[in-house]
Design a protein. Structure first.
Length: 412
């Protein structure tokens, strides 16, 4: 689609070029003075400063608050099929690494902005890929990108699970289905080390599996030998399988999704565990169940409690409410840990920094009167890189803590 005609030009307001010069890939509508030329949403534009100096090239969508997503800072680089192929090949090449190859066949192949491909997420599950198109420009090219991905990876099929909130902000409806090649006939089996997991690519959450937690599951397993484990917000029980494989005596999975729990039981069986004798699945609201347990005489006490809730802070507007949620769930979690036991707690809200999350945890510990020590800091796995010029790419924060006796006087 390359042409020699000059691209439409997005001119920035005076003083708004600094983030662009620092390679931040987003240009918000408020930074734009005007757009010259026959601009088409979803197609390439050049970006110039207020004086008309060329800065970068990206793609446009005037329906989005983020009107331009930048793709290149090299004036000689054209946005054509070869451009997309180069970027995809680079992302694929970066995953040819011992942290992934030989460890797992379920991993993030393309991580959007941090891989120089704004709006594009691709996860690999064995011989299948799942693509999420977060922007109009990616949506317009998704079939072509899917074909390129098949060629690059030798996979059998590319499915689409474009159902994110980000799409609505781009004015796009949800889209699900087959983009290229063939679709799997049922759940796909993937591996983390010697462990096996079934992933429902079309019916599961997000693209099917939480690969961002892979390294954390291995870390947490080291604390699970001989342990009774509570795996709250379990999804399909990946933490539970790792815990049992590491010698846990019993695991309780709690999730609001019955389908996820059922697949969780299948995952236990697949790895040779007995879902009745070695585990329990409880469908329901974690907050409610833990409150009920807290208030009953003979409150249960676990050696290890894992809390991996969904994103509580969706936007700055609900920051306070989301933080309240994190505090509440962590107070309950701490109360379920036997003295000296382990709490593993996560936030996947990008707006909650590690520092802020630690403060919330401190507040929770004061209110329940338990002394808490951080043993490990946990983050997203290396197939979910964060570009330094795109700090928004960091979202997963976790603490692995020891929860002491109830010796301090509770303040709340
Ligand atoms: N730890 C999981 C991923 C958890 S994702 C893994 O490693 O695979 C968050 C999960 O929380 C989802 O499965 C979702 O169904 C569940 N969930 C969301 N709100 C909930 C609630 N209030 N009570 C119970 N489960 C909830």
């Amino acid at each position: 689609m390359a042409t020699d005609r000059p691209l439409p030009q997005v001119r920035l307001k005076p003083g708004r070029e600094k983030p662009v010069r620092q390679f931040h890939p987003w240009i918000f509508s408020g930074a734009i003075a005007h757009i010259a030329g026959e601009a088409v949403d979803g197609e390439p534009v050049d970006v110039v400063d207020a004086q008309g100096n060329w800065l970068a090239r990206g793609y446009l969508n005037r329906a989005s608050q983020i009107q331009v997503r930048l793709l290149t800072w090299d004036p000689g680089e054209t946005i054509d099929d070869r451009f997309w192929q180069r970027r995809l090949a680079e992302a694929v090449r970066q995953r040819q690494h011992p942290t992934i190859q030989g460890q797992t066949d379920a991993y993030r192949l393309v991580n959007g902005e941090s891989d120089g491909l704004p709006g594009l997420i691709v996860d690999r599950y064995g011989p299948f890929l799942v693509l999420q198109a977060g922007t109009l420009a990616i949506d317009r090219r998704k079939e072509a990108l899917a074909q390129m991905l098949l060629t690059l990876t030798g996979c059998q099929g590319v499915l689409e699970r474009s159902e994110m909130a980000a799409r609505r902000q781009e004015g796009l409806p949800d889209a699900t289905g087959l983009l290229a090649g063939t679709a799997p006939t049922g759940p796909v089996e993937v591996h983390e080390g010697p462990l096996r997991f079934l992933v429902d690519l079309l019916g599961g959450q997000k693209t099917g599996f939480y690969t961002d937690q892979r390294e954390n599951r291995r870390r947490v397993a080291l604390y699970c030998q001989g342990a009774r484990v509570l795996n709250a917000f379990s999804y399909t029980g990946a933490f539970a399988v790792h815990a049992l494989a590491a010698g846990a005596t019993h695991v309780v999975n709690i999730d609001s999704s019955v389908a996820a729990l059922e697949l969780g039981e299948a995952n236990l069986r697949l790895n040779g565990f007995d879902p009745d004798a070695q585990a329990e699945s409880i469908a329901g609201d974690v907050f409610q169940i833990l409150r009920d347990w807290r208030d009953q005489p003979g409150r249960p006490a676990f050696d290890v409690v894992i809390l991996d809730p969904p994103k509580f802070v969706q936007s700055r507007r609900n920051l306070e409410r989301g933080l309240r949620g994190y505090k509440d769930i962590n107070m309950l979690g701490m109360q379920m840990v036997r003295p000296g036991g382990i709490l593993v707690t996560f936030s996947c809200s990008g707006l909650v920094s590690l520092d802020l999350f630690q403060k919330v945890l401190f507040g929770a510990s004061l209110d329940v009167g338990r002394e808490v020590q951080i043993l490990e800091w946990l983050h997203q796995a290396p197939d979910h890189p964060v570009a330094l010029h795109f700090p928004e790419g960091e979202y997963l924060q976790g603490f692995l803590c020891r929860v002491g006796q109830a010796t301090m006087a509770a303040s709340g």
